[in-house]
Design a protein around this ligand. Structure first.
Ligand SMILES: Cc1cc2nc3c(=O)[nH]c(=O)nc-3n(C[C@H](O)[C@H](O)[C@H](O)COP(=O)(O)O)c2cc1C
Length: 217
């Protein structure tokens, strides 16, 4: 698989098969992903893997924790504006359409949102943290690391879903993984083999055309 193919086939998967993922493959992918660039090579990512028994224990811990907490950061700016607002809206509509959840089906939407808290059934996952004192440039470094990981996972026959959702479970997760007070949870990463029969995995997110986001000066 070349890089173009990995970029083209990677997509966020929201239903996984039970097939286990070994700690060895996760360690290998995370080691390779750490070749991601970061400003000044500070490498600000802090990763906590939950797999097998620890993921089972995390699920039990979450079941006994508040379903929604104050987020650790603002996921989107307030009152998102166009074209970003429309991009987000269209993604949501397309996603709910795959599972037959209508615009007014608040319960159905809440149910799908809550599936984030089960990593969409993934057999493996990690949480990505950053030191609270780090700034915007270091947050962007996390993205480099995460996308590198996701592409490498595709090469290894695994699919993923990055999840900012976890910021609304930040205290429950922090207690479980033992993250120190100075670290902030950015996102989770669901990892496993995509369920090929799950309607939600038919979702193909759109992209703006080049001329919408790029200016050749
Ligand atoms: C940092 C980050 C956090 C995300 N958080 C969530 C999430 O909490 N739940 C979810 O279902 N998708 C989440 N996504 C997936 C996005 O919705 C998805 O990347 C986007 O719609 C583009 O689709 P694609 O990944 O299939 O190409 C997240 C993506 C990123 C990059």
């Amino acid at each position: 698989m070349d890089v173009s193919e990995a970029v083209a086939i990677r997509k966020s998967v929201r239903a996984f098969l039970d097939d286990p993922v070994s700690d060895e493959i996760l360690a290998e992918l995370l080691t390779k992903a750490s070749r991601a660039p970061s400003g000044g090579n500070v490498q600000p990512w802090k990763i906590y893997v939950v797999n097998g028994e620890s993921l089972t224990n995390l699920r039990a811990h979450l079941a006994a924790s508040p379903p929604v907490e104050e987020p650790g950061y603002e996921i989107y700016p307030p009152k998102l504006w166009d074209p970003y607002r429309t991009n987000r809206y269209e993604l949501g509509e397309a996603m709910y359409a795959t599972i037959g959840v209508g615009r007014d089906d608040t319960a159905g939407r809440m149910e799908q949102f809550a599936r984030n808290g089960d990593f969409f059934g993934a057999p493996a996952a990690f949480f990505c943290y950053i030191d609270k004192k780090m700034g915007k440039p270091q947050w962007s470094d996390l993205g480099m690391f995460l996308q590198t990981f996701m592409l490498l996972a595709e090469e290894a026959g695994l699919q993923t879903c990055p999840q900012e959702y976890w910021t609304v479970r930040q205290n429950a997760v922090g207690e479980f993984v033992g993250a120190p007070e100075e670290e902030l949870l950015f996102c989770g990463m669901a990892i496993g083999k995509a369920d090929p029969d799950a309607p939600i995995n038919t979702l193909e997110s759109k992209r703006q055309p080049l001329e919408e986001f790029c200016t050749f000066v």
